[in-house]
Design a protein around this ligand. Structure first.
Ligand SMILES: CC(C)(COP(=O)(O)OP(=O)(O)OC[C@H]1O[C@@H](n2cnc3c(N)ncnc32)[C@H](O)[C@@H]1OP(=O)(O)O)[C@@H](O)C(=O)NCCC(=O)NCCS
Length: 72
């Protein structure tokens, strides 16, 4: 997810993430409930945003990327 720099900090990223999660909760691709993403470990802003929506760090890492998962 990337919001244009001039528009960051105005709520667009939160709104976009909430819309995506609302869509996923309708189970458009079947009955899976596991939502997984990766985030750079040196990106506390993004990590805080994902954790505020219930994502948790799984411990799986690939270079600087950490995996976070939410169950819906
Ligand atoms: C991460 C990103 C998608 C967030 O989108 P955004 O529109 O800026 O986020 P929002 O305005 O909805 O703010 C979400 C939270 O981040 C905080 N935040 C946003 N920009 C911030 C900044 N520059 N410094 C500190 N906090 C910031 C907000 O205060 C808010 O926290 P709160 O809910 O506790 O008040 C956006 O900053 C971005 O595109 N960054 C560059 C690309 C990137 O890092 N993508 C994520 C890859 S995993």
């Amino acid at each position: 997810m990337m919001i244009d720099e001039s528009m960051q900090g105005k709520g667009c990223g939160s709104d976009a993430l909430d819309l995506v999660l609302d869509y996923i909760r309708t189970k458009p691709f079947g009955d899976s409930g596991r939502v997984a993403l990766t985030c750079n470990k040196n990106n506390p802003i993004a990590r805080r945003l994902y954790e505020s929506r219930g994502f948790s760090v799984t411990g799986v890492e690939d270079d600087d990327e950490i995996e976070l998962v939410l169950t819906v």
